[in-house]
Design a protein around this ligand. Structure first.
Ligand SMILES: C[S@@+](CC[C@H](N)C(=O)[O-])C[C@H]1O[C@@H](n2cnc3c(N)ncnc32)[C@H](O)[C@@H]1O
Length: 404
């Protein structure tokens, strides 16, 4: 948390980023890179800006209530939102010329109203609360609260280049402090505000930024060097690179996606990580999948999902059209699971994963798949929840193909 108010230029950056995300529809990470590129801000300054921006988006309805404003009025009233954030945290107000202030008594009254309203307090839109209650019942309020917290920073050790202790020691020499995560042996939590991506360790491919919960997904595939492994929704390869490290660079690892630009990104990351057994293939239609029928020892289906488990990190998703997109996503998940599972050999393992905590995208999909495909059996599944783990929320199910 900040110990001193934002400077004028930091406050301007926060308002600019919020505007791009909330009014122009840009994803948060793209808005950050657009605003930060070329500025060469020190790590601590970047952290101050992302801390404030992140909390303003995670609890957008709360801060809009306190500032009596709304996102559409950001350009004119953004300074009042910034002031509300400072008052909420008991900080002096930033020195911004012509900024819009809030009277103390008015602020206190609005704060009391917010404390009595869990949806405001946890930064939760009504549609999400209704969905969470329907899907998770009595465990939802704890998840709702956990999803409003600031995410911790985690990195994954690249075992192709180093081990976790060597990485922690090298980073310490570069001014980055870390703590080992007990239950995930590849993960370090970063405890300093350092600019991670400017370290030589990063340039040398010693680590990737990846949530600790996410690191459990590739681990569930239990890959061995020499296997044939397919990561069929590989994106830019967060999990592919983890799989490559666990395969010690031996065997065949095929990364597939429907977006070529993501696979191009993946290739670049694989080069830096020293992951030489990764091959990429664009999915252009059902034939791409059919050709790989019964070919893989392991298949990972990290399917497109609502992202409702990772709202700490990507809070903008709850202020977008996620509710409308959910049925479309669920149809795509069912299609991918039904069709891409054909690539698994008899005796091979399929891992179905999402970054959602909603059973309709998780166990519900797996149960429907198993009902239609008795040639697979469920070995186990795991709900990694923000309230239960402190990590981002993920789901994974391990399925074995028992017959053709
Ligand atoms: C959850 S993301 C994958 C994240 C990635 N595995 C990682 O760890 O960085 C889902 C990916 O599925 C891809 N996708 C969407 N539709 C697909 C389809 N029909 N077949 C395969 N991949 C698809 C998206 O482009 C996206 O990259």
């Amino acid at each position: 948390m900040l110990q001193s108010p934002l400077s004028f230029s930091q406050a301007e950056l926060v308002i600019g980023i919020l505007n791009m995300v909330l009014n122009e529809g840009s994803p948060l990470d793209r808005a950050y890179s657009r605003h930060f590129s070329g500025l060469k801000l020190p790590g601590e300054e970047l952290a101050r800006i992302t801390t404030v921006t992140g909390e303003l988006i995670r609890r957008l309805n709360l801060f809009c209530h306190l500032a009596d404003t709304e996102p559409a009025r950001l350009e004119r009233e953004g300074t009042r939102l910034i002031n509300a954030w400072h008052m909420f945290h008991g900080l002096a107000l930033p020195k911004i010329r012509y900024s819009l202030t809030i009277e103390d008594e008015v602020f206190a009254a609005r704060l009391d109203e917010a404390k009595a309203n869990p949806l405001l307090w946890d930064g939760c839109p009504e549609w999400l609360d209704a969905l969470g209650m329907r899907e998770l019942g009595e465990s939802w309020p704890a998840e709702r609260a956990a999803l409003s917290l600031e995410p911790k920073r985690y990195i994954r050790t690249n075992a192709l280049k180093c081990d976790r202790d060597a990485l922690a020691a090298r980073l310490e020499g570069e001014g980055v402090t870390t703590v080992a995560v007990d239950e995930v042996n590849s993960a370090l939590e970063v405890t300093s505000d350092s600019a991670l991506f400017r370290t030589q360790s990063f340039a040398d491919g010693w680590f990737e930024q990846q949530d600790a919960g996410s690191q459990k997904v590739a681990a569930a595939l239990d890959v061995k060097p020499g296997m044939r492994v397919i990561d069929a929704c590989a994106g830019a390869g967060g999990k592919t690179l983890h799989l490559a490290a666990m395969m010690a660079g031996k065997g065949r690892l095929l990364a597939m996606d429907v977006e070529q630009w993501k696979l191009d990104n993946l290739k670049e990351r694989a080069r830096r990580a020293g992951a030489h057994n990764v091959e990429t293939r664009l999915i252009t239609g059902s034939k791409t999948i059919k050709r790989l029928k019964l070919s893989a020892d392991r298949v990972l289906l990290d399917v497109p999902c609502s992202g409702l488990g990772v709202l700490k990190r990507n809070p903008d998703a709850k202020w977008r059209d996620t509710e409308e997109r959910l049925p479309v996503l669920m149809e795509l998940q069912a299609h991918i699971l039904g069709s891409y599972s054909r690539m698994v050999k008899v005796g091979g393992i399929l891992v179905y994963a999402t970054c959602s905590i909603m059973p309709c995208e998780n166990r519900g999909q797996v149960d429907a798949f198993l009902a239609a495909n008795p040639n697979f059996r469920l070995l186990e599944d795991d709900n990694i929840t923000p309230a239960g783990s402190g990590f981002d929320g993920f789901y994974l199910a391990r399925l074995e193909r028992i017959a053709e």
